[in-house]
Ligand binder design. Structure first.
Ligand SMILES: [Zn+2]
Ligand SMILES: [Zn+2]
Length: 401
């Protein structure tokens, strides 16, 4: 079994026999040399690097970075479960779920079809690395109804029944949280079918993937808002992450940000039921304003709250963004007395400098100015960026002074 700490080779092998060694055969000598070499290789050292995903905690909750949809060789993925654990740790996630297909096992000649097996193999390593692993599975049917992730299962094998509704009920009976996956796949058509109304009304549908991979589903976004479904952005990754995402270049898989009371699986479930999530896809945050606004407010700070403007000379304003999400701003409403940038980007984990100037050289006196921008990548609804306001104290010194 893969041992990320390389501890096994340090224990119980060869050391005792070396001190007791009698004059030995040539073969035993070679054996000793090989054992000593293996001990030398197994010296503890740096064995991994994690890139933290920086998004602030908000509203008294801890912001957990989660991915609730991925596959391993226990369905049609191309990696072993422990590799998923290692990837999730390196990429800065806090919690995840391996959701192998209940009905689809292309590697069944070589790999067990026990639906709990990928979870059981990954669990010890996840615990050792401080990651929360949630037992899940993907009910996989032709659309409609489509595919559904079932999270917080106690026994995934109970979902392996022919009748679709029976499989969904088997998940529900275990207290599962159920998500409709990739609603626009495979036909590029997002359609809410009668079966989805049925599931929704029977309490068998609580969440929806607004994002799957790098695909955004605007209709799913709208349904989530209208029907009060929890929003998810999941990777659904089948291959090793590095084959699809250039992590070293700053790319990341989709993230479901969960605002939890504490860092436990139970707290995640409570947060999902309370719909406290935001989707982070590429540069976009998708979610309700009640969560997007505190994220922006916690991450962004105007360092130059007061500015002196001399005639028509430009003066700098510094604004800092402490999180890993960029914010792309477009001017909505300025102030007649001030010229400000029509658009700018608050880059991740950077301070930027903007220049402003008085609208006229003759202006004088002091005033508080409010400038409104739209953050085009904070989506509170399809095509609707959240508005923010910056307040500045401005002292105009006319050029005749
Ligand atoms: Zn699927
Ligand atoms: Zn899937």
């Amino acid at each position: 079994m893969f041992d990320p700490f390389q501890l096994k080779s340090l224990t119980g092998r060869g050391i005792m026999t070396s001190s007791k060694r009698k004059p030995a055969t040539k073969l035993a000598g070679y054996f000793l040399i090989i054992m000593l070499l293996s001990l030398a290789i197994a010296v503890p050292g740096q064995i991994g690097t994690r890139k933290e995903l920086k998004v602030p905690d908000i509203l008294g909750f801890v912001t957990l970075k989660c991915d609730f949809h991925m596959h391993t060789v226990f369905s049609d993925g191309l990696v072993w479960p422990e590799v998923r654990v290692e990837e999730m740790w390196c990429e800065g996630y806090d919690a995840f779920s391996i959701t192998d297909h209940v009905e689809y096992h292309p590697f069944s000649e070589d790999v067990s079809t026990d639906l709990n097996r990928s979870y059981e193999l990954a669990k010890p390593d996840a615990e050792a690395l401080g990651l929360l692993l949630i037992r899940g599975a993907e009910i996989t049917r032709m659309k409609p109804p489509g595919h559904f992730n079932t999270l917080f299962l106690s026994d995934a094998n109970l979902l392996n029944v022919e009748d679709f509704k029976e499989a969904m009920r088997a998940a529900h009976d275990q207290g599962a949280f159920i998500i409709w996956n990739h609603p626009g796949w495979p036909d590029d058509k997002e359609e809410w079918y009668p079966i989805h109304t049925e599931l929704y009304e029977e309490g068998l549908l609580q969440g929806i993937e607004v994002v799957n991979g790098d695909t955004y589903y605007p209709s799913a976004h709208r349904w989530a808002l209208e029907k009060k479904l929890t929003m998810f952005g999941n990777s659904d990754i089948h291959v090793p992450t590095a084959m699809e995402y250039d992590i070293a270049a700053g790319r990341h898989k989709p993230v479901t940000l969960v605002f939890a009371k504490e860092r436990t699986a139970e707290a995640i479930k409570e947060a999902l039921l309370a719909r406290r999530t935001v989707v982070w896809s590429i540069d976009n945050l998708i979610g309700e304003e009640q969560y997007l606004r505190p994220i922006f407010d916690a991450a962004v700070e105007i360092l130059t709250g007061e500015v002196e403007l001399h005639g028509l000379h430009h003066s700098p304003i510094q604004i800092r963004n402490t999180c890993d999400v960029p914010f792309k701003l477009e001017l909505v409403e300025g102030d007649d007395s001030l010229r400000v940038p029509a658009q700018f980007i608050l880059y991740p984990d950077r301070t930027i400098r903007l220049s402003v100037r008085a609208a006229g050289a003759e202006l004088s006196g002091e005033k508080e100015v409010e400038i409104r921008y739209r953050v085009t990548n904070l989506l509170i609804a399809p095509n609707e960026g959240m508005q923010v306001a910056f307040k500045l104290r401005v002292k105009f010194l006319s050029s005749t002074n």
